[in-house]
Design a protein around this ligand. Structure first.
Ligand SMILES: *Cc1c(COP(=O)(O)O)cnc(C)c1O
Length: 365
């Protein structure tokens, strides 16, 4: 009997997360110079890191031989100020992926379940399965969340409902009014994890104040990240805002030093850089228009997206993706999400979008 075979069945049956292909890997495979490759596969900020975050990260490097502040005092103070919450409502994660994992570790175990939508973020089933809990996957409405069906799917053993808004990989959006009506229906002993990884990209008329809802819904957890609009994907920082009792349990479960000192310093500085986030959202809005205009011209169907990426139907996505890779363009196939005819493309800089569009035209020809 091998050691591997002794791992719990729920661990052995996990299907691994499929990340975007790294630039260095494609460069090796195709013999291309790294500088010639366009990566639009992981919803990274095409502007890079904001100047304040970069300076703070560089300054923090010389102290990186010391353990970080495990309590993240300074970052929590900055978040508390920014959002008008108390420090004891905060959990800092090594990316918001970590926040999702910590929530699962805190509330899920064998004999419990988590509810999430079809075509939603791959980490929800991963985090659920890793705790031996049961996944309740609810059919989507269009390619987005069917909140009525999700409320109806909650069972006696359900401990968490995961909602991504905007959703990844489809970019669909739920209004504040829809979410509020949903929260009012969910039993108070079920944690609603509202994953707002792309909230900074919402248009002004789409915005809603989920943090204000925490006063009325102590079973709400708002998850956000510095890895997308703030450009810190490689440094890994995210956070949860929740009821103090929920945050307290999660802070007991997380690793004592889960976020590096460099990431903490960069995040604190990044939060002050509203100008960079506004510029990122602006670049995104224009790039989205550039991409969708090209899809229209090519006669391709796409899912209107509120994030910094858009999902487009190309037919034989395996073949189209192979051709894109040969042309040095990395996007994300999403067959693993049950969408084998679609590709998800992150919005890049104008010239990156143009490279992708040209390569897509070639691939389809
Ligand atoms: C990218 C993403 C995250 C997590 O990103 P981190 O880099 O871990 O902060 C969480 N949720 C959704 C829906 C995402 O797309």
């Amino acid at each position: 009997m091998s050691v591997a075979s002794r791992a719990p069945a729920y661990i052995r049956s996990i299907s691994p997360y499929q990340p975007g292909k790294p630039i260095s890997e494609l460069a090796r495979e195709m013999g291309l110079p790294e500088a010639s490759i366009v990566k639009l596969a992981s919803n990274e900020n095409p502007l890079g890191m904001g100047p304040r975050a970069r300076d703070a990260a560089q300054a923090a490097l010389s102290e990186a031989f010391r353990y970080p502040d495990g309590g993240a005092f300074a970052l929590k103070a900055a978040l508390a100020r920014k959002f008008g919450v108390k420090a004891d409502q905060l959990v800092i994660g090594n990316g918001s992926n970590d926040v999702l994992e910590i929530a699962a570790q805190t509330f899920l175990s064998p004999g419990t379940s988590a509810v999430f939508s079809r075509y939603s973020f791959a980490v929800y089933p991963l985090a659920t399965n890793a705790r031996g809990a049961r996944c309740i996957e609810v059919p989507a409405k269009g390619f987005g969340h069917d909140l009525d069906a999700m409320a109806a799917a909650i069972e006696a053993d359900t401990r968490i409902v995961f909602i991504a808004n905007p959703n990844n990989p489809t970019g669909t959006f739920l209004s504040g009014a829809e979410l509020e009506a949903f929260l009012a229906k969910v039993p108070e002993d079920v944690l609603v994890v509202l994953d707002e990884a792309y909230t900074e990209f919402l248009r002004p008329e789409q915005r809603y104040d989920s943090i204000a809802w925490l006063a009325r819904f102590p079973n709400l957890l708002v998850s956000r990240t510095l890895c997308k609009a703030y450009g810190l994907a490689g440094l890994r920082v995210g956070y949860a805002i929740a009821h103090p009792d929920v945050a307290d349990l999660m802070n007991r479960v997380r690793q004592p030093f889960n976020v590096s000192s460099v990431a903490l310093a960069a995040a604190e500085a990044a939060l002050t850089d509203d100008e960079f986030v506004a510029r990122s959202a602006d670049v995104n809005r224009r790039g989205m228009a550039q991409l969708t205009a090209a899809f229209a011209e090519l006669g391709l169907e796409w899912i209107p997206s509120s994030g910094n990426f858009v999902t487009v139907k190309v037919g034989d996505a395996v073949a189209v993706n192979r051709s894109l890779l040969e042309q040095g363009v990395i996007v994300r196939p999403i067959a693993g999400y049950g969408m084998p005819e679609w590709l998800r493309v992150s919005v890049g800089l104008p010239e990156e979008n143009a490279r992708f569009i040209e390569a897509l035209r070639q691939a389809l020809a």
